[in-house]
Design a protein around this ligand. Structure first.
Ligand code: PEP
Ligand code: MN
Length: 294
């Protein structure tokens, strides 16, 4: 007998789609995420300098990105690596929003920093390493800001759904789930991109699903292919690392696209996005109700 998703994920009941619920649409400034259009969030791994950030903001906007990413508080794998500019980085992000008009997504690592980061950001990113930091999830949820919840490095889909449920329980419905690759026995790439998780989360939950091909691949040359896979799997958006000079990046240069590579990725994505949008339109016209396996 087939166990239903409701039974399987019984401790995340409000995250699951039901016959009578509409997909969650997260409003960020004038953008609607989860409403059918695939939204690209792009920018450097870390905020480094005003020139680096503003040049990237202008470039990714011209190429079609709608949201600027950039870390001011950085959870680095090595304690000796650059840890982020902190408040100075947030101020640069605010400046970049002012000059480019792009909304800002940036990570918050500690519950103590939530009020500060919420002052500057349009979306708070909960990093993979923080997915089960419940004190942080509570503080971030209570800020009322839209949250981008990244799947933990060793988190199952059930673990991700439980963390999303916790945020909903604290009264914040604006949650986006993010697949960013997980640790498996395969070590050729930085992480293993779980494209099936994107398809599954789109089928069984009502929350927008964002894919981060950069952290999944760990290598820039793989990012465009993983982005196409994510779009084909139904992702509502992409989170992509872009840097004016990846060789000189202070973090994650190996996986960052330069401007020309980002342009090429966006151009190659267009036909895939059009196909995906057609699929969404078909669903919206009511021909295909989202069914939860029973
Ligand atoms: C990031 O987005 O730069 C980042 C640190 O991501 P993750 O938490 O997925 O490792
Ligand atoms: Mn990064």
């Amino acid at each position: 007998m087939c166990v239903s998703w409701q039974e399987r994920f019984a401790d995340a009941p409000d995250v699951l789609a039901s016959a009578d619920c509409r997909p969650t649409v997260v409003q960020v400034l004038d953008l609607k995420i989860g409403a059918g259009e695939c939204i690209t969030m792009a920018g450097p791994c870390s905020v480094e300098t005003e020139f680096q950030l503003i040049a990237t903001a202008h470039h990714v906007r011209r190429a079609g990105a709608r949201i600027l990413r950039g870390g001011a508080f950085k959870p680095r794998s090595s304690p000796y690596a650059f840890q982020g500019l902190g408040l100075d980085g947030l101020k640069l992000l605010a400046r970049a929003r002012e000059v480019s008009g792009l909304a800002i997504v940036t990570e918050v690592m500690s519950e103590d920093d939530v009020p500060l980061v919420a002052e500057y950001a349009d979306i708070l990113q909960i990093g993979a390493r923080s997915m089960e930091n419940y004190a942080l999830l509570e503080a971030a949820a209570r800020s009322g800001k839209p949250l981008l919840l990244k799947r933990g490095l060793v988190a199952t889909i059930g673990d991700l759904l439980r963390s999303a449920q916790l945020i909903l329980n604290f009264g914040n419905p604006n949650v986006m789930l993010c697949e960013r690759g997980i640790r498996t026995f395969e070590t050729a790439l930085r992480n293993t991109f779980d494209a099936a998780a994107i398809a599954l989360l789109k089928q069984i939950t009502h929350l927008p699903v964002i894919a981060d091909p950069s952290h999944a691949a760990g290598r820039s040359e793989l990012v465009p292919a993983l982005a196409r896979i994510a779009v084909a799997a139904g992702a509502d958006g992409l989170l992509v690392e872009v840097h004016p000079n990846p060789d000189k990046a202070w973090s994650d240069g190996e996986q960052s696209l330069n401007f020309a590579e980002f342009d090429a990725m966006m151009a190659a994505l267009n036909p895939w996005i059009e196909l995906r949008n057609l699929e969404f339109e078909r669903r919206d016209t009511g021909n295909e109700a989202i069914e939860v396996m029973g």
